[in-house]
Design a protein around this ligand. Structure first.
Ligand SMILES: Nc1ncnc2c1ncn2[C@@H]1O[C@H](COP(=O)(O)OP(=O)(O)O)[C@@H](O)[C@H]1O
Ligand SMILES: [Mg+2]
Length: 263
């Protein structure tokens, strides 16, 4: 199959872009798809932190400052996903030239089925380039008006760049009392809602354990939604694990739950 580059964007910070990139990427890899996730949020990088790769010797910062080859910044992540983390230092950010992302794309897509790019919030240069190199853009929105407004702006910017918006992921949706529901969001943004990811305390717990929720608690509500979305993008049938109730809770899980909350 030909490779597809998805950029996960939002406009607003904190909507769940990194969480989505990590869990969607891991889910695609677990479906047998060769997948790389790239942390293009070079100023506020936290993909590495979420995956325990924060001490990586070579990061995207080194690549974008011209001192390393991107092939040396690719690490093995959970479920077989390949990960290109960004560095955490401000200095590394200052020396990074986001324009270089365009140059490294051919090496990044080499041999891959999917490349997922975690975009930064905002519409400055480092935010625009990830949109410009995408085959398709996925917007992560929260059911709040401010998130909608920013997503609309990002959608307009994406279209100005001549890139297609595949749809939106409605993250942190509650079953009821959402300020704006699924249909309204689709109508407001003028794009389809690919999937709704529920508010799920397991996401925070899994972050504390530096493991994607789809691996740590594969039957959690958010995990099922991420896996369903991955199957949908890959054109595969989503098979829910038949024995969801058999997800036995061990001592560590119980301890984590009592410390961090969650279900
Ligand atoms: N569906 C969800 N349920 C609960 N917490 C979530 C959910 N999605 C994201 N979060 C939490 O919200 C915060 C922001 O998510 P993150 O993925 O870092 O956003 P962004 O990359 O867009 O800034 C993180 O602490 C994350 O754990
Ligand atoms: Mg982020």
């Amino acid at each position: 199959m030909t490779v597809c580059v998805y950029t996960i964007a939002s406009g607003k910070g904190g909507t769940g872009k990194t969480t989505t990139t990590v869990n969607l990427g891991t889910s695609l890899a677990m479906l047998g798809k060769k997948t790389t996730i790239l942390d293009a949020d070079i100023g506020m990088a936290n993909m590495g932190l979420l995956l325990g790769l924060e001490k990586s010797a070579v990061t995207l910062h080194d690549v974008l400052s011209g001192t390393a080859d991107v092939k040396d910044a690719i690490y093995d992540g959970p479920g077989g996903v390949k990960v290109v983390p960004s560095g955490l230092s401000l200095k590394g950010f200052q020396h990074s030239n986001p324009d270089k992302i365009k140059e490294i794309m051919s090496k990044l897509i080499d041999g891959m089925d999917y490349v997922l790019i975690d975009a930064p919030a905002g519409i400055s240069k480092d935010g625009v380039i990830p949109l410009a190199v995408a085959d398709k853009v996925i917007l992560v929105v929260n059911p709040e008006l401010s998130s909608m407004a920013d997503a609309l702006k990002t959608k307009a910017l994406t279209e100005m760049l001549g890139r297609p918006v595949e749809g939106a992921i409605l993250n942190r949706s509650a079953l009821e009392k959402t300020e704006i529901n699924r249909n309204k969001v689709a109508e407001l943004l003028g794009i389809k809602i690919l999937e709704m990811i529920p508010e799920d305390a397991n996401i925070r717990t899994s972050a504390a354990f530096k493991t994607p929720v789809v691996i740590r608690t594969p039957n959690a509500p958010s995990s099922l939604a991420f896996k369903k979305l991955a199957a949908q993008l890959a054109g595969m049938e989503f098979k829910e694990n038949g024995n969801q109730k058999a997800n036995k809770e061990g001592f560590v899980d119980r301890l984590a739950r009592s410390i961090f909350g969650g279900n």
